[in-house]
Each structure stands twice: as C-alpha cells, then as structure tokens.
Design a protein around this ligand. Sequence first.
Ligand code: HEC
Ligand code: HEC
Ligand code: HEC
Ligand code: HEC
Ligand code: HEC
Ligand code: HEC
Ligand code: HEC
Ligand code: HEC
Ligand code: HEC
Ligand code: HEC
Length: 334
Amino acid sequence: MKKQLSFEPKGGAQLLRIFQWAVLFVLVIGLFVAVKGIEAKARAVDWSEMQPSVADAEYVGVVEKCSECHEDYIKAFKKTVHGKVFLKNPQNNLQEQYCEACHGPLGKHVERPRKEEFRISLKKNGPLSQQQKNSVCLQCHEKGMQMHWRGSPHEMSDVACSDCHYLSERKSKKALLIHEDPKMACTQCHKQERAKLMRSNHMPLREGKIDCTTCHNAHGGPGPALLQTASINETCYTCHAEKRGPMLWEHPPARENCANCHDPHGTNFPKLLKAKPPHLCQSCHSAIFHVGGQYSGNDLPGGNASKRLLGKGCINCHSQVHGSNHPSGARFQR
Ligand code: HEC
Ligand code: HEC
Ligand code: HEC
Ligand code: HEC
Ligand code: HEC
Ligand code: HEC
Ligand code: HEC
Ligand code: HEC
Ligand code: HEC
Ligand code: HEC
C-alpha cells in the first residue's frame, strides 16, 4: 500500500511532462504551417507583368460578385477540386483569393467587364505565353509529381499545363484532364505512339488496363524519356520482375536496355519485338556466324533457305534470350 502511494506523484509528473511536450509539438506544427502560408504567398506571380493595366487593381475577394455575370461557369467550377478546396477549405491566403488566385486582381474588371485589358485570360489561344500561363499554376504546384517540371522536355518545348488539364469543369474522373480517357491528353500530340497502339501487338493500353502515365510522368522525371523511374529497365521490372535477374549467364543487351529489342508502345511482331527474331538477332550477331553445315537448312525443299530464318528463328534454340540460370545455359538454350 505504501509502495503504491509513493509511485502516484511520480506518475503525475510524467503526465505533466508529456503534456508539456504535446504543447511544444503543437506550437512547432503551428509555426511550420504559418511559414508554409507565407511561402505560398511569396511565390505569387507578378500580374502587372502579364497585364500592365491591372497593376493598381484591387482584389474583389467575394465570389458572389462574380456570380452576377458568370453563374454557369461558377456552378461547374465548384465541382472541380479547386472549386471545392479553395472555397470550403482554403489552406493558405493564396487559395483564399479563390478565382483571383489564378486570374489576378479583378477590381477593374468588375467595373468595366468588357475591357479586355482589365482581365487576365488563361484560355488556350489567349494573349499570354505558355510560360506565363504555367507560372500561374506553379505558384502552388512545384512539388510532388511536378518537381521536375522546370527544364523537362515538355517545359522546354513550350507545352502548357492546360494542354493536358482543363480546369473550368470536371471532364475526367481524376486529375482534371481534358478528356475522360487519360491517353487522349497524350495522343493529341504524339501521333506516332497513337499509331503504334493500333498495331497487332501491344501492352493492354488500348484496353484501358494501363496508361501512358503508368510508365511516364508528363511533368518530367529523373530518368530518360520522361519515365517514372530512373531508367528504362527499372520501368519494365516494376511489372516484369522475373526479368530483373541476377542471371548466371547475362545477355548484355537485355541487361542494358529492354528497348534494344522491344518497343513498349506496340509493334507488328510477336511479343512487342522490333523485328522478327532472325533479323532482330542478326542486327547484332553476324549472319554467317553458325557453321554452315550444321544449321544451314540445306536439306529443306528448295535447298538454300536457312532454317534459322523460319518460324521463331534463333529462339527455336536460344529460348532464354533474357539470360539463363542453367549451369550450361551460356548460349541461352536452356
Ligand atoms: C458585370 C459583369 C461581370 C462581373 C461582375 C464579372 N465579370 Fe468576368 N467577364 C464579364 C464579361 C462580359 C466578360 C467577357 C466575356 C467574353 O468576352 O466572352 C468577362 C470575362 C472574364 C474572364 C476572361 C475570360 C477569358 O478567358 O477571356 C475572366 C477570367 C473573368 N471574367 C473572371 C471574373 C471574376 C473572377 C469575377 C469576379 C471577381 C468576374 N469575372 C466578375 C463580366 C463580368
Ligand atoms: C486554379 C486556377 C483557376 C481558378 C481558381 C479559376 N480559374 Fe477561371 N480559368 C482557369 C483556366 C486555366 C482557364 C482557361 C481555360 C481552362 O483551362 O479551363 C480559365 C478560364 C476562365 C474563363 C473563360 C471560360 C471560357 O472558356 O470562356 C472564365 C470566365 C473564368 N475562368 C472565370 C473564373 C471564375 C469566375 C473563377 C472563380 C469562380 C475562376 N475562373 C477560377 C483557371 C482558374
Ligand atoms: C492557389 C493554389 C493553386 C493554384 C494557383 C493552382 N492549383 Fe491546382 N490544386 C491546388 C490544390 C490545393 C489542389 C488540391 C489537391 C492538393 O491538395 O494537392 C489542386 C489540385 C490540382 C489538380 C489535381 C486534381 C485532381 O483531381 O486530383 C490538378 C490537375 C491541378 N491542380 C492543376 C492545376 C493547374 C493546371 C493550375 C494552373 C492553371 C493550377 N492547378 C493552379 C492548388 C492550386
Ligand atoms: C503532357 C500532359 C501534361 C502536362 C503538360 C501537365 N500535366 Fe499535370 N497531369 C497529367 C496527367 C496525365 C496526370 C495524371 C497523372 C496520373 O494519373 O498518374 C496529371 C496530374 C497532375 C496533378 C495531380 C497529381 C498530383 O500531382 O498530385 C497535378 C496537380 C498536375 N498534374 C499539375 C500540373 C501542372 C501545374 C502542370 C504545368 C506546370 C501540368 N500538370 C502539366 C498531364 C499533364
Ligand atoms: C501539346 C503537345 C503535347 C502533349 C499534349 C504531350 N506531349 Fe509529350 N512531347 C511534346 C513535345 C513537343 C515533346 C518534345 C519534342 C519531342 O521529343 O518530340 C514531347 C516529348 C515527350 C517525350 C520524350 C521526352 C524525351 O526525353 O525525349 C515523352 C516520353 C512524352 N512527350 C510523353 C508524353 C505523355 C505521356 C503525354 C501525355 C500525358 C504527352 N507527352 C503529351 C508535346 C506534347
Ligand atoms: C510500358 C511502359 C510504357 C508505356 C505504357 C508508354 N510508354 Fe512511352 N516510352 C516508354 C519507354 C521505355 C520509352 C523509351 C524508349 C526508348 O528510348 O527507346 C518511351 C518513349 C516514349 C516517347 C519518346 C519516343 C522517342 O522516340 O524518343 C514518347 C513520345 C512516348 N514514349 C509517348 C508515350 C505515349 C503517348 C504513351 C501512351 C499512348 C506511352 N508512351 C506509353 C515506355 C512506355
Ligand atoms: C504496369 C505494368 C507493366 C509495365 C511497367 C510493363 N509491362 Fe509489359 N506487359 C504488361 C502486361 C499486363 C502485359 C500483358 C500480359 C499478357 O497479356 O499476358 C505485358 C506484356 C508484355 C510483353 C509481351 C507481349 C505479348 O505479346 O505477350 C512484352 C514483350 C512486354 N510486356 C515488355 C515490356 C517492356 C520492354 C517494358 C518496359 C519498357 C514493360 N513491358 C513494362 C504490363 C507491364
Ligand atoms: C535481345 C533481345 C531482347 C531483349 C534485349 C529483351 N527481350 Fe524480351 N523478348 C525477346 C524475345 C525474342 C522474346 C520472345 C520469346 C519467345 O517468344 O519465346 C521476348 C519476350 C519477352 C516477354 C514475353 C514472354 C516472356 O518471356 O515473358 C517479356 C515480358 C519480355 N520479353 C520482357 C523483356 C524485358 C522486361 C526486357 C528488359 C529486361 C527484355 N524483354 C529485353 C527479346 C529480347
Ligand atoms: C543489341 C545487340 C544484340 C542483339 C539484338 C542480340 N544480341 Fe545476343 N549478344 C549480344 C552481345 C553484346 C553478346 C555478348 C557477346 C560476348 O560476350 O562476346 C551476346 C551474346 C549472345 C549469345 C551468347 C554468345 C556468347 O558468345 O556468349 C547468344 C547465344 C546470343 N547472344 C543470342 C542472341 C539471340 C538469339 C538474339 C535474338 C533474339 C540476340 N542474341 C540478339 C548482343 C545482341
Ligand atoms: C538449330 C538450333 C539453333 C538455331 C536455329 C540457332 N542457333 Fe545459335 N547456336 C546453337 C548451338 C547449339 C550453339 C552452341 C554452339 C557451341 O556451343 O559451340 C549456338 C551458338 C550460338 C552463338 C554463340 C557462338 C559462340 O561463340 O559460342 C551465337 C551468338 C548464336 N548461336 C546466335 C544465333 C543466332 C543469331 C541465331 C539466329 C539467326 C541462331 N543462333 C540460331 C543452335 C542454334
């Protein structure tokens, strides 16, 4: 009994200490959030550079004012992520500006709505450059998937966020894309890849099981060809893990780059091969490599056709072209 009593105050002190730490923790988080708020504001764009006549315009700040003339737009916009988050649950002062977070200060526009120089249009063929329009979005989207946007092939080629995204209403299930089928955002420009999808052999893109963005990050990435991963092979291994190895006998072109032999977008040969096996293999291996007598096919009708050029060609015998783990698989026959 005595023992128990002597323990009680100690337990109380511990509780107090936990409480003190909890308070400190909340304060630190609070500070962090506040700093993030300021940071967001600091990245805001210079609207007067885009449109000098709005330099001295005030922010209107109330959506109801815009509703007087843009009722239909606002109805649709409220169903988008931006409409929901900015209006109901703004996370910083920029988001609180609602429409004006993207369209700049519109005090003069509400007075003189017909005057073009008092509004900032982000429309596709509007007066602003692609870079200027993108800077509006980059106020808030410079992290996460968009981290590598600056300097990416798309940015360098003057592609705009709004070439793939449509913000005014919800056209796609996810990510506010211009079309409900995410492929369409890409194939509008990449006609060659679109054509390849139509070839007889393809991964299940046409069937909608995977998308361009399963392998690519349209906003840029650390690796080649806007891939999600750091290398081509890493991309393939995410689903075809058995090809990763390590193998006892490596076939160097497979270790180096799966795209040496396959085109992931589609081909007219079996197994997404870039060419028929004999020709594919002979693009690196000498055609006169095998000793004439043994493999020449002289015994076939007509006499001259090499049997290596028939059917699956080389892989009739060299079936383990990705490498082999068999002790005597040095020639990839087993
Ligand atoms: C008194 C009516 C009126 C009010 C109030 C008004 N607008 Fe407008 N707005 C217009 C008219 C008219 C146009 C020109 C439409 C056109 O050219 O098709 C326009 C055009 C715009 C455009 C440019 C569209 C483009 O891409 O060319 C934006 C953006 C815009 N308004 C946003 C707003 C916002 C945000 C508010 C509230 C802060 C607002 N407007 C308040 C009437 C109004
Ligand atoms: C997150 C950025 C963003 C916000 C917030 C935003 N807009 Fe827009 N708005 C755009 C973009 C981008 C376009 C160009 C077309 C497109 O991609 O939707 C546009 C286009 C417009 C147009 C022209 C539509 C047309 O096609 O004729 C009007 C009008 C407009 N916005 C008004 C508003 C109003 C009113 C609000 C507030 C309710 C608002 N915008 C909020 C980004 C935004
Ligand atoms: C004021 C900050 C701000 C600006 C400016 C802004 N966004 Fe956003 N955006 C957000 C927030 C907040 C979300 C909600 C998701 C999140 O928390 O990341 C979002 C979500 C998105 C999404 C994902 C939608 C979904 O369904 O998952 C896309 C796409 C997007 N924004 C594109 C754009 C584009 C394009 C522009 C420029 C025209 C733009 N945004 C401008 C803050 C902003
Ligand atoms: C070439 C087409 C393309 C361009 C250009 C593009 N996006 Fe995207 N974006 C996409 C696709 C496709 C997705 C869906 C990605 C997915 O599902 O994996 C997406 C997703 C997003 C998302 C939601 C996913 C996330 O990050 O949380 C945001 C936000 C976004 N984009 C913002 C932007 C901004 C900002 C720009 C311009 C700086 C931009 N995008 C330019 C195609 C594009
Ligand atoms: C507005 C046109 C446009 C759209 C839409 C577009 N692209 Fe591109 N894309 C380009 C241009 C321009 C280039 C750079 C020139 C080139 O290599 O063809 C490029 C380059 C690429 C590259 C090669 C990058 C490199 O390193 O060489 C890939 C991969 C790519 N885009 C994928 C996509 C994907 C995935 C989408 C859809 C989410 C998409 N693109 C949508 C225009 C577009
Ligand atoms: C299974 C993964 C995968 C899918 C799905 C995929 N790609 Fe690719 N893509 C790649 C790889 C890997 C490369 C690099 C190929 C190379 O360098 O030979 C590439 C390269 C590209 C290039 C650059 C081509 C060049 O000649 O430089 C473009 C453009 C492209 N892809 C667009 C697309 C489009 C559009 C889609 C959707 C229709 C798509 N990709 C779907 C994996 C994929
Ligand atoms: C997101 C998962 C995914 C990624 C990433 C992926 N694949 Fe595939 N791949 C598949 C699926 C699913 C199939 C279809 C399997 C089937 O139909 O049995 C397939 C089939 C194939 C086939 C056989 C086609 C046929 O006719 O049977 C080859 C070859 C192939 N992939 C090569 C690649 C290469 C090379 C890469 C990297 C550039 C890659 N894959 C990346 C999912 C993926
Ligand atoms: C030297 C050329 C070559 C290289 C490089 C290559 N492959 Fe293949 N791949 C083939 C051939 C040939 C076939 C057809 C085999 C058959 O029909 O028996 C094939 C078939 C496939 C298949 C479908 C059949 C199976 O074995 O599952 C997949 C998936 C595949 N390859 C993925 C890959 C991946 C992933 C890489 C990169 C690590 C890669 N390939 C590199 C030549 C190659
Ligand atoms: C991109 C070039 C390339 C392609 C395409 C290619 N190979 Fe190879 N292959 C090599 C290289 C490099 C080696 C290693 C040669 C060495 O180690 O001396 C090799 C080794 C081999 C070996 C073992 C020979 C040895 O000396 O160790 C065989 C068997 C082989 N390849 C068969 C094939 C077959 C079958 C195909 C077609 C499906 C093919 N290769 C396609 C580049 C290629
Ligand atoms: C009828 C079966 C058969 C066919 C078809 C065949 N090979 Fe071979 N290949 C062999 C055998 C068996 C060996 C092993 C010879 C040895 O170990 O000395 C070999 C060895 C090789 C080697 C390694 C030579 C070395 O230095 O040891 C290469 C490279 C090769 N084949 C490439 C090919 C290519 C490319 C094709 C298609 C044009 C092909 N083979 C078709 C059976 C075949």
